[in-house]
Structure formats: structure tokens, C-alpha cells
Design a binder for this molecule. Structure first.
Ligand code: SAH
Length: 215
């Protein structure tokens, strides 16, 4: 769902370029140094950014980078983080995840989070899905040896197709749920979209996948 354009977004992003980067090629291979962390998380499509903010509070020793291409949503996420106080080990990239390899080096990321990614239902648009083959190949290069991908969605069709994308791309599924919030998961924050679907009583689909790295 696209957000209405916000007039204040551009000047706000401009002003906070030390938090919301636009093209951080200089940090490629250096994120753990920048954030002084051992574990680096990347969330793609953070929307208004609540998940990143809450997870960073729950895991303050770990590094959290969020990517968002919608500049109005990114500005909202940026403002929430700035108004929350210390930016700590969090940063944002305002841009398209297609360019991930400009910003991250091989084996640099430990956990990739895909939360309620756009479902792109029409067949000719499937290749834009963030869990489609082209993206999975990039993620495989960027994930560390023990690296994993965590995905949540409300969309059954996207979920079913994604299971196949992961298996076809030589990932193994470490866990898999078709009603993730039926059990308590206090270790995992609830996203804005997730809360909406939970309020409607709809199930949340979730999986954790790991590449079968060849030694
Ligand atoms: N994760 C949030 C928002 C989900 S909506 C939540 O769960 O509440 C999906 C978001 O992904 C949108 O804000 C959209 O702009 C963003 N997005 C989609 N494709 C993207 C891409 N290629 N790169 C960066 N962000 C993307």
C-alpha cells in the first residue's frame, strides 16, 4: 500500500542523512564496524519502522539496518527513530533493495527479515517479489555462514510460492508456520501490517530459511 506523499519527508530525510543513508557505498563491508556489533540484521521494506525499532530495543547489542524505498514511509520511520532518542546500533537506507550489493559485502549479514513484503499477485510481476529467485541469489551471497532469512506474511499465495522459491534456490527451511501467532512469540516484535491482520483474526504465515552453503 503506497503512502500519501508527505511534504516534510524530503527536507527531513535531507537533515538526517547520518541516520537515513541514501547510497551508503562507503559502508560496504564495514557495517559491523560502524555499528560496533557482532550480529548484523537487515530488514527489507521496513514501512513505518516499528519492527526495527522494537527489535533493536529487545536486542540492543545487535546491529539493525532497515531499507525502505518509499520516501514518505522512510521519513516516518526515520522520525520515529530520531524522536525515540539514541539511534544506537540502528541505521536506515532509503532506496531499493535491488541495489543491496552496492551497500553490503559478501557474508556480511547474519539475518535478513522480510516482513509483509508486497505480494505482487500478477504472474508477470512475480520477479519483483523480495523472495523471488533473483533476490534469493543476492541474499545467498550476502549472508554469513550461519546466516538466515526470516519471512512473515499474511498472503497465502505469496507464502506458498516463496516456499518453492527457497527450496529451488537451495535453501533449507528451519521452521515453518501457517498460524505463527497462534503461539506466543515474545522474542519477535509485531509489525504494523502484522497487527492489522491479527486484529482481523487472519493467520500469519512465517518461515525461517538457511542456504545450504557448499563447504
Ligand atoms: N514491513 C512493514 C511494511 C510492509 S509493506 C510491516 O510489516 O508493517 C512493504 C514495504 O516494503 C513497503 O513500505 C514498500 O515500500 C517496501 N518495499 C517494497 N519493495 C521494496 C524494495 N525493493 N526495496 C525497499 N523497500 C521495498
Amino acid at each position: 500500500m503506497r503512502m500519501r506523499k508527505k511534504k516534510w519527508a524530503e527536507p527531513y530525510l535531507e537533515e538526517h542523512q547520518d541516520y537515513a543513508f541514501s547510497n551508503p557505498i562507503e559502508y560496504k563491508g564495514k557495517w559491523k564496524q560502524l555499528l560496533d556489533c557482532k550480529v548484523l540484521h537487515l530488514e527489507i521494506g521496513i514501512g513505518k519502522g516499528d519492527y526495527l525499532l522494537n527489535m533493536a530495543k529487545m536486542y540492543p547489542e545487535e546491529g539493525w539496518v532497515g531499507i525502505e524505498k518509499d520516501r514518505s514511509a522512510a521519513a516516518v520511520a526515520c522520525r520515529k527513530a530520531i524522536e525515540d532518542g539514541d539511534i544506537g546500533k540502528k541505521r536506515m537506507i532509503v532506496g531499493d533493495a535491488a541495489l543491496l550489493e552496492d551497500w553490503f559485502d559478501e557474508a556480511e549479514i547474519d539475518v535478513i527479515h522480510l516482513n509483509f513484503s508486497d505480494p505482487w499477485p500478477k504472474k508477470y510481476t512475480h520477479k519483483r517479489r523480495l523472495s523471488s529467485a533473483g533476490f534469493l541469489e543476492k541474499y545467498k551471497r550476502l549472508l554469513s555462514k550461519e546466516g538466515i532469512i526470516r519471512m512473515k506474511t499474511d498472503n497465502k499465495n505469496l507464502f506458498e510460492d516463496s516456499v518453492l522459491y527457497f527450496l529451488d534456490a537451495d535453501f533449507k527451511l528451519l521452521s515453518f508456520s501457517v498460524d505463527y501467532r497462534r503461539n506466543e512469540h515474545p522474542e519477535d516484535a509485531i509489525t504494523e501490517y502484522e497487527q492489522r491482520y491479527m486484529d482481523l483474526g487472519q493467520p500469519i504465515y512465517q518461515l525461517v530459511a538457511k542456504p545450504n552453503h557448499v563447504e
